[in-house]
Design a binder for this molecule. Sequence first.
Ligand SMILES: Nc1ncnc2c1ncn2[C@@H]1O[C@H](COP(=O)(O)OP(=O)(O)OP(=O)(O)O)[C@@H](O)[C@H]1O
Length: 252
Amino acid sequence: MKMILIGENIVKSYGLGVEKRKILDGVSIEIEEGDFVSVMGPSGSGKSTLMYALSGMEAIDEGRVVFDEGDLSELGEDQLADLRSIKMGFVFQQPTLMKNLNILDNIILPSMRHNRKNTSNITEKARELMKKVGIEDLENRDITQVSGGQLQRAGICRALMSNPKMIFGDEPTGALNSKSAQEIMNILSDINKEGTTLMLVTHDAKVAAQSERILFMKDGKILSEMRLGKFIEEDMEDRFKKVTEKIQEIGI
Ligand SMILES: Nc1ncnc2c1ncn2[C@@H]1O[C@H](COP(=O)(O)OP(=O)(O)OP(=O)(O)O)[C@@H](O)[C@H]1O
């Protein structure tokens, strides 16, 4: 299987002089195309920083990141921005949508940067995605007129507009009630089943239990890894138990 993402010995510090703190302390990671990886760990352990380092959002101090066979250190800022907007998709806890635009326009806005001429194709694609995630009737709504779960669905549509190879999710279900959270997880799982690689940072054992692999981080290092294999709904209870036991065992 082809590796979509390789991180080798990543070191990243924040701050200067006596304030300098190592946030990633020699992290190595390999993610196969089509994989679904969750990252768990205590608050401040470096999970989000790892995600930003792997997606080229944050420069690293040492080590190497290779995404889709390209070394990120060889790319300039503009090339990195292009890579992120074409081959990667991002879903955050709270989607950052524009208040003065309706849901549809928010979804298509980032795609206009690359494809100004073909707006009808872009709109068609956005409507197709909105249908897929069940918000097709909300395109004219203001972002203040929809629920948190609906807003997150719009965020997912926006992330999928460029058919990215990989989706990075930083607590994508963190702000949602458990029903909406599971609905978002079902959407993300379906996207993964269709071949998109998925990496999620989460505090939620139920979310992590639905992934194929879990990386457990502490103090800027990957402490251990759990391989759960492809998610099967019937195994949820077992998987959840395994994850919670591991969390207790390693004390995170
Ligand atoms: N831009 C920054 N400048 C300085 N320090 C930062 C910066 N971003 C993150 N940090 C610090 O790095 C550490 C790791 O942050 P990070 O967000 O990666 O942790 P996390 O494991 O994702 O935590 P959480 O679960 O709370 O989101 C924290 O102590 C944080 O305060």
